[in-house]
Design a protein around this ligand. Structure first.
Ligand code: CA
Length: 246
């Protein structure tokens, strides 16, 4: 599955140039020109990396960055900030609010792509986002394999997408229409109750681990957030399996 980049930039010509070049490099690109819209898109479907312009309508890049970092579910998404100003102070502020890197306009597309690739490597992004794990559940996006305590589980594509959404943002409550959207289903065309059917089946297939998918009455569903100790053991699991794959 392609690495997904969210491009947040209100200068349409620049968006077109960057989109063309990033897609040619094999990235999947989503774009928007508004800070508030960017936050909404990240919540619906977190990208692997964000290219974030500093000067934006409604909510500027610094504020977007600060809010993303303050939310545990989005805190680890790598961010490259674009700044029109070359003053060192702006760049330092960008890094202070949590941007991982910055590129000063005007920049060459080649340089930006190099920085993106470096950042994905540094963040372990290209690998780490492929394997998601919590509560003994492990999902590999490359192979579409899911295991619970190392036992394979066979999911439908919709169940797989639901689980992927949960594992990407443990603790976050998903509405039924958000889950259906994450699964690529047009939520307008199916009954939201359809989501309940998929959840029921997913829970059953996950066995005892299915209990970690909690019903939030009147809203939707969430994966219980792993506590600190179990989270570190899950990370260790991912790390060791990644070593094995090398
Ligand atoms: Ca701008």
């Amino acid at each position: 599955m392609a690495t997904r980049i969210l491009l947040v930039e209100d200068e349409q010509t620049l968006v077109e140039v960057l989109r063309y070049n990033l897609e040619r490099e094999g990235f999947e690109v989503q774009s928007c020109g508004d800070g508030r819209e960017a936050l909404r898109l990240v919540q619906i479907n977190p990208p692997d990396l964000i290219v974030l312009d500093l000067m934006l309508p409604n909510l500027d890049g610094l504020e977007v960055c600060r809010l993303l970092r303050a939310d545990p579910s989005t805190a680890r998404i790598p961010i490259v900030m674009l700044t029109a100003r070359s003053e060192e102070s702006d760049q330092l502020i960008g890094l202070a609010v949590g941007a991982d890197d910055y590129v000063t306009k005007p920049f060459s597309v080649k340089v930006l792509i190099q920085r993106i690739r470096a950042l994905l490597r540094r963040a372990g992004g290209e690998d780490a986002t492929q394997v998601l794990a919590a509560h003994g559940i492990r999902l590999d996006r490359r192979t579409h394999r899911v295991t619970v305590n190392d036992q394979p589980v066979h999911l439908t594509l919709t169940e797989f997408r639901f689980l992927e959404a949960f594992l990407r943002q443990p603790g976050r409550v998903f509405r039924r229409d958000e889950l259906l959207e994450a699964a690529g289903t047009d939520a307008d065309l199916v009954l939201e109750r359809t989501a309940d059917v998929h959840i029921k089946s997913l829970r059953r297939k996950l066995g005892p681990a299915g209990e970690f998918i909690e019903t939030v009455r009147g809203i939707g569903y969430r994966l219980r957030e792993p506590d600190a100790s179990s989270e570190s053991s899950n990370l260790a699991t991912v790390a060791s399996s990644r070593r094995r794959e090398k």
